[in-house]
Ligand binder design. Structure first.
Ligand SMILES: C[S@@+](CC[C@H](N)C(=O)[O-])C[C@H]1O[C@@H](n2cnc3c(N)ncnc32)[C@H](O)[C@@H]1O
Length: 339
């Protein structure tokens, strides 16, 4: 009997603990008032009118009201070529050639909105990657393809589990901004090399007694965590991008006060990260609930402008924060890394 009670208490204790740790952002009745901040365009807007505003509208309606040449950095995360439900709207998978035409139908009008020095990042999965490349290479200079590891791949028995996504990088011209120094990653050094004087070669020992090196990022990213319930950036949006991922794009390819635009804004990740990094932003989203998430996240960002996985100007390896917490709890080790 005693054991049964113990089990019962343990179960309930764990359940209580779990729910306390769930940091998913929820909308309440109080948040509905935020909708007053949303824009809907019915005449040509100027850049100042768009600054730091979210447009609650269909991209196909809003696009012709956007001013010309106002975008420094365009981040594109449209529905992938999959059947997907987004609140009141849904996207239906189509043949690859049709998907390419669908992309062109909004991408070509957007080209006029780019500054001659602008950069473009286009998110996709393996299946949409080819049509996305085809469209980009027709109109812009394609410079690279980033592949990032999605930890949360869906298991498959008749195929390889899908655990990666692509982001194509393109620019309007050869005159573009790129700053690799802003996106260095702190990585563990497996074999720390010393020179003949016994000095560390480009690495240092952190306060947790581990050797680290700051490295320039490649086009293969394995340090990204998809938002989940214990992360304070998490919402109910089904395809929310991690702030850390968008932060890398924004830091490398824009300067403070540049204009970052995202016409498929979803839960607002691009807007929130742009705000946290002192860039101007705007974006379009067709579903009101997602617009409200974006606005709520922007309010939260005023209180807490930190980006999980990005500290002291460097990106940390995946789940380092958790590791750091356990280090802080260990009295023998001195909390944080020596940077
Ligand atoms: C892949 S999600 C973007 C997720 C976003 N990056 C985030 O981090 O939350 C694509 C978004 O495009 C929106 N969308 C789809 N069709 C649209 C349209 N015609 N106009 C504006 N937004 C649209 C969907 O509602 C969805 O939120």
């Amino acid at each position: 009997m005693k054991n049964v009670i113990k089990e019962h208490l343990k179960e309930n204790y764990l359940l209580t603990k779990m729910s306390n740790k769930n940091k998913t952002i929820k909308l309440t009745d109080k948040d509905l008032i935020l909708a007053d901040k949303l824009l809907s365009l019915n005449s040509i807007a100027n850049t100042d009118q768009l600054k730091n505003k979210i447009i609650y509208q269909d991209i196909f309606e809003a696009i012709s009201y956007l001013p010309e040449k106002f975008i420094d950095l365009l981040i594109l995360d449209p529905p992938y070529n999959l059947n997907k439900k987004f609140e009141e709207t849904s996207f239906k998978a189509m043949k690859s050639e049709e998907y390419e035409k669908w992309i062109e139908s909004w991408f070509v009008p957007l080209l006029k909105k780019l500054k001659p020095t602008a950069s473009v990042y286009f998110c996709c999965d393996w299946k949409s990657s080819v049509p996305v490349y085809n469209v980009l290479s027709r109109y812009l200079i394609v410079r690279n393809r980033i592949t990032w590891e999605r930890e949360k791949g869906r298991g498959a028995t008749k195929n390889w589990k899908n655990c990666s996504e692509d982001i194509w990088f393109a620019t309007v011209s050869d005159d573009y901004y790129f700053n690799a120094d802003t996106v260095k990653t702190m990585r563990k050094v497996i074999a720390p090399y010393k020179n003949n004087n016994g000095e560390a070669k480009d690495w240092f020992v952190g306060k947790d007694n581990t050797a680290y090196r700051l490295t320039y990022p490649s086009n293969l990213w394995t340090d990204i965590t998809i938002p989940f319930w214990s992360m304070p950036e998490n919402t109910e949006h089904p395809t929310q991008k991690p702030e850390k991922l968008i932060a890398k794009l924004i830091l490398a390819s824009s300067k403070e006060n540049d204009f970052v635009f995202d016409p498929f804004l979803g839960s607002g990740t691009t807007a929130v990260v742009a705000f946290k990094l002192n860039r101007h932003f705007s974006g379009i989203e067709i579903n009101k609930t997602y617009c409200l998430y974006a606005l709520k996240r922007l309010e939260m960002a005023k209180e807490n402008p930190s980006i999980q996985g990005y500290e002291n100007g460097v990106f940390l390896e995946r789940n380092t924060l958790l590791k750091k917490l356990s280090i802080q709890n260990d009295e023998n080790l001195n909390s944080t890394y020596a940077l």
